[in-house]
Design a protein around this ligand. Sequence first.
Ligand code: ZN
Length: 305
Amino acid sequence: MHRLRALLLAGFAALGGLALFVSRSDANPETVKLIAPGVWFREGDMDLGHCNNIIIEMKDYLIVVDANFPSGAKAAMADARRISSKPVKYVFDTHHHGDHLYGNLLWTRAGATTLAFQGVADELKRLEPARWEAAAKTRTDVAELHQAGPEPPKQDIKEEIFVLNDGSRKVEFHHYGWAHTRGDGFVYLPKEQVLCTGDAVVNGPYNATMDANIGNWPTVLAAAGKLKVKAVLPGHGVPGGKELIAGQAEFMTELRKAVKAGKDSGKKLEEIQSSVTLPESVSRWVSEKSLKGQVRDAYNELSKE
Ligand SMILES: [Zn+2]
């Protein structure tokens, strides 16, 4: 698989698809990397729809960040077993999207407790099982489970912070409000200064804004940005430093600003979609493919105000 990808990428590069090659050159999909002692980052293969996972070792058990799609859950479970003989006790869903949560059932079957902020359960009630049914039509891993809908988290966190501390490590779960989704959760390791962001921060043009609050997103990131952070482990894309948080916030600010300017000058959505340009400083988050949808979502959000 990896060799095939390398060959394909080399082929693309030779054919002039150099941008693709360069932008993905530091990617290592479906591999596990040690970030700090007992903290591993598993990079999901976006071609398989997988999100990233983080595996955190406690004294007697493991915590996994995000359930992933069912196929990603199986792969992450196998990696967790390879890394440690300790059982996975908790799986934290950073938000309600299928690529972060549809694997819940597999983790609970394996004995783990799934947990998330209250907004995740609320969004599942509002949006499911429609999305699950649609996913089952295109994804065999979802169809194979033969379920009517996704399994909601077993435990809902109603406070804005929840802490697990077994003496060996302190793990904080934070909700700073509505950014990527209403239920966005961050996982923070204060001693290691590692922040797992789910899709509130992505490293690349992977921002899905259909359930977002683009206007509030930078506010949420400003709150997360107050933490002491050395490593940012995003929901999609490779790990980075604290600059990822500020960059992602700037992308949302610039997106909204550009769409608002177009709207205020009387342009129609389609006109803004075909003419919008964002500053070079946020180019890491911009792709032609994703920008149209992001402009539409920003436009709709502004229309409601
Ligand atoms: Zn998402």
